[in-house]
Design a protein around this ligand. Structure first.
Ligand SMILES: [Zn+2]
Length: 459
């Protein structure tokens, strides 16, 4: 009897150990399985460490951005298209981590997580994107030889029409590729998709967040006055302004981007309120596009003095925005406070056209009250009428805010954000030109060129 009992106990221990081991294996398999099979020594899909066997990646018009032909990965036949869509598509070695050829490698090669084998056709699955390659080319050329990024999306549907990052290179040009790998000079940071993986000082574009906080906090937000004497003294430190604006109210202060007005306003709002509104706008939160994580925006004035809160309320201090997060926030202003989440992967289909995955779009969480969003929209429209010039955006109904973001020891970044307030062409945009100078003078024309192209090609 005693022996039987002992045997039973041993059996139970062995069974438990077996089940635990199996569970551990299954967890590892689920998490790491695709990595095992996709390890570059797997000759089915990689040749000399280069991805060869994978499906097509197309733009919104079915134009092929990358495909496998004769066991070789080929990009679009047009060099401009190759360069403009490189960061979205990705390189063949996986240096561009957020590119589809890295982040969607399982879907592209047809690796099945459940059975651990590849699709029978051995051609992988096709990915259809929402990008318009001709708009991407326009954006790339508008940035020219300057580093930066342009993101444009439909704020009603979430479709990303344009996502460009510069510098870029031609993935089919061996010479350029080896320069890119060295990453020196003009190729510095070439594998980084600045739209997803960078953060920038927002500069005066952050005054939109401070404006939202003011509208919700102060009953007299619109009549509240502050005086600009070419700047203002706070905590014994002089904050200078580009103009000598005298006494003004919110509407004029935003259109003139008066530093004296916004620094006093921010100090009066205080650290808690400003932090609350920054976080509602997506700061300190990690955004994702198509499941791919972006770099987290940053806002922190805790324990700061009035002067720190003043600088933070003008998008300086330690503020850092991520272009995807900021585009989403602008989308929220355009869309009555609730943003549509930007997405680029429209479909993943087998070779025979069976859909495997649906897009990651959908509504994001509310960033602004409906009324607040609509009021900021009016103020942003007034910025264009009063300061940037409606003639600089012919045929469009642009609402915008510029930022000339001061960075240490270098020319400021030009930042220009906004949207076209039009049911037929509902597009929001973020433009960053690194060390470009004036936000409105440098970023404005880039935004206009890209929106004009959108107007021409999107129906
Ligand atoms: Zn001023």
């Amino acid at each position: 009897m005693k022996q039987l009992k002992l045997r039973a106990v041993i059996m139970i221990i062995l069974s438990v150990a077996f089940v635990c081991g199996l569970a551990v294996f299954l967890i590892f398999y689920a998490v790491e399985g695709s990595n095992w099979a996709l390890f570059p020594s797997n000759s089915h899909i990689y040749s000399n460490g280069t991805i060869v066997q994978a499906g097509k990646i197309t733009d919104r018009n079915g134009k092929v951005l990358a495909e496998t032909k004769n066991k070789k990965r080929k990009y679009n036949s047009d060099e401009q298209v190759r360069k403009a869509t490189l960061h979205a598509v990705g390189d063949v070695k996986g240096y561009i981590k957020t590119g589809l050829q890295s982040s969607y490698i399982g879907e592209l090669t047809g690796y099945n997580r459940l059975n651990g084998i590849y699709s029978y056709s051995k051609k992988g699955n096709n990915i259809g994107t929402t990008l318009d390659s001709s708009v991407c080319v326009t954006a790339m050329n508008a940035l020219g030889n300057r580093k930066g990024t342009v993101g444009v999306y439909n704020y009603k549907t979430g479709e990303v029409i344009c996502m460009v990052s510069t510098p870029t290179y031609d993935p089919e040009n061996e010479e350029e590729y080896s320069l890119a790998k060295q990453g020196e000079g003009e190729y510095k940071g070439v594998f980084l998709n600045r739209f997803l993986s960078s953060t920038y000082t927002p500069g005066s574009t952050f005054k939109l967040v401070t404006t939202a906080a003011s509208i919700d906090t102060f009953d007299d937000a619109y009549t509240r006055e502050y005086t600009c004497n070419g700047g203002v003294m706070i905590d014994g430190e002089w904050i200078s302004c580009l103009g000598h604006h005298g006494t003004l109210t919110l509407k004029d202060a935003l259109a003139k981007s008066c530093n004296a007005y916004f620094s006093q306003l921010a100090a009066d709002l205080g650290e808690d309120t400003l932090t609350e509104y920054a976080e509602k706008a997506g700061f300190n939160d990690t955004f994702k596009m198509d499941g791919v994580k972006a770099k987290t925006s940053y806002f922190n004035v805790s324990g700061g003095k009035d002067i720190d809160v003043a600088w933070a309320g003008m998008g300086q201090y330690t503020d850092m925005m991520n272009p995807l997060q900021y585009l989403t926030f602008i989308g929220a202003i355009a869309n009555e406070g609730v943003p549509q989440k930007p997405y680029m992967v429209d479909s993943v289909k087998t070779q025979s056209g069976i859909p495997l995955k649906f897009s990651f779009g959908g509504k994001g969480s509310r960033m602004l009250e409906t009324e607040t969003a609509n009021e900021i929209k009016e103020l942003m429209r007034n910025n264009v009428k009063q300061t940037y010039g409606t003639w600089n955006f012919p045929g469009l109904n642009v609402c915008a805010k510029s930022g000339t973001a001061e960075v240490k020891d270098e020319k400021p970044h030009a930042v220009f954000v906004g949207f076209n307030d039009d049911e037929d062409l509902p597009l929001a945009f973020v433009v960053v030109v690194q060390n470009g100078g004036s936000g409105a003078q440098v970023g404005g024309p880039v935004a206009n060129k890209v929106l004009q192209k959108c107007k021409e090609v999107l129906k």
